[in-house]
Design a binder for this molecule. Structure first.
Ligand code: ZN
Ligand code: ZN
Length: 331
């Protein structure tokens, strides 16, 4: 069975579960681990059965609960190398370190990672699936308080103290399809102000699911990737007028509006009207801004675009929400 469940979508946290065959992937981990697990249980998903986490980009609303969740479940995290590095920079307080100390730190971490893998294989160490995510507050506190400059740098952090430690890291590259268990993953580059941001097409049991949020506009490569999808999750971030007249400072407005910002209702509608092939059974509007958009505005703008094309009337239009999970979509 193929199942697609948006747990949260918006600037306060994004995460979605894609299930196909015997594999379950968490796409982004932008809520706290505790909140993600709560929403999963609410929609009948067991957190303990997740196989991997895959990350679109390093912005906070996509990675907030990443480390805690991956550690809790002992599952690998899939990144592009650029995103992984940017994520590590974000988590690691600036400190002065000599090159020799840095090399030593890398060696220690590699050895610890290997030791951890060996331990999992021999002992079969798995966290209690129902244990809550008590690590959450401890982890964040550790990151915030360890700004001790040189002193911190001289001490090579152990696995427990290292906020960037993950049970396992897998790299993928944009434009190079690969598989996680029974799910095929085609990552593609999106225009957004992050290190190496990507969208995805997931494929399982012959069903294709397109995933494109956090993009300033719809470039030809993204349009090409989204052809022939059975489910389309598309950003509909802001209403242009609401953004222009809204509360954001000028620089932030410029950033959102830029070619590496976010997709407006109008831009999403333009794509749906003029480029979209209409193959999807479900179109989900996502990453709606709470300050510069209204769900009804996003819906009406997209509906108008779809209604213009009689062949698209069979498309079901859904809105992903920040505050609650969307009903799971089954194929
Ligand atoms: Zn985002
Ligand atoms: Zn972003």
């Amino acid at each position: 069975m193929v199942r697609f469940t948006v747990l949260a979508s918006g600037s306060k946290g994004n995460c979605t579960i894609v299930t196909g065959g015997r594999t379950r992937i968490l796409v982004d981990a932008g809520l706290s681990c505790r909140e993600m697990f709560r929403r999963m249980r609410e929609v009948g998903e067991d957190p303990a059965t997740l196989d991997a986490i895959i990350v679109t980009h390093e912005h906070q609303d996509h990675i907030n609960g990443l480390a805690v969740t991956a550690r809790k479940l002992g599952i690998p995290v899939y990144f592009t190398e650029g995103t992984h590095r940017a994520w590590m920079r974000w988590l690691t307080p600036r400190r002065q370190m000599t090159y020799a100390q840095w090399v030593e730190q890398c060696r220690t971490q590699a050895a610890e990672r290997q030791a951890e893998l060996d331990a999992v294989e021999t002992v079969g160490e798995v966290d209690e699936p129902d244990a809550d995510c008590a690590e959450d507050s401890v982890e964040l506190a550790a990151v915030e308080t360890s700004v001790e400059g040189e002193i911190a740098a001289k001490k090579i952090p152990s696995r427990k103290e290292d906020p960037t430690w993950l049970p396992s890291v897998e790299y993928f590259q944009s434009g190079q399809p690969f598989a996680i268990g029974d799910i095929g993953v085609s990552p593609f580059t999106i225009p957004h102000d992050a290190a190496d941001p990507v969208g995805f097409v997931f494929q399982a049991e012959g069903i294709r699911m397109g995933f494109a949020t956090d993009l300033g506009y719809m470039p030809p490569n993204v349009k090409a990737q989204l052809k022939g999808v059975d489910l389309l999750l598309l950003e509909s971030n802001h209403d242009l007028e609401m953004l222009r007249d809204g509360p954001y400072p000028w620089q932030v407005k410029q950033r959102v509006l830029s070619r590496v910002g976010h997709l407006s209702n109008e831009a999403a509608a333009d794509y749906l009207e003029n480029s979209y092939d209409g193959q999807a059974v479900y179109v989900i509007l996502a990453h709606l801004s709470e300050s510069n958009n209204l769900p009804e505005l996003a819906r009406v703008t997209a509906e108008r675009a779809l209604i213009g094309r009689a062949s698209l009337l069979a498309n079901r239009l859904l809105l992903a929400s920040q505050n609650e999970a969307l009903v799971p979509i089954l194929f």
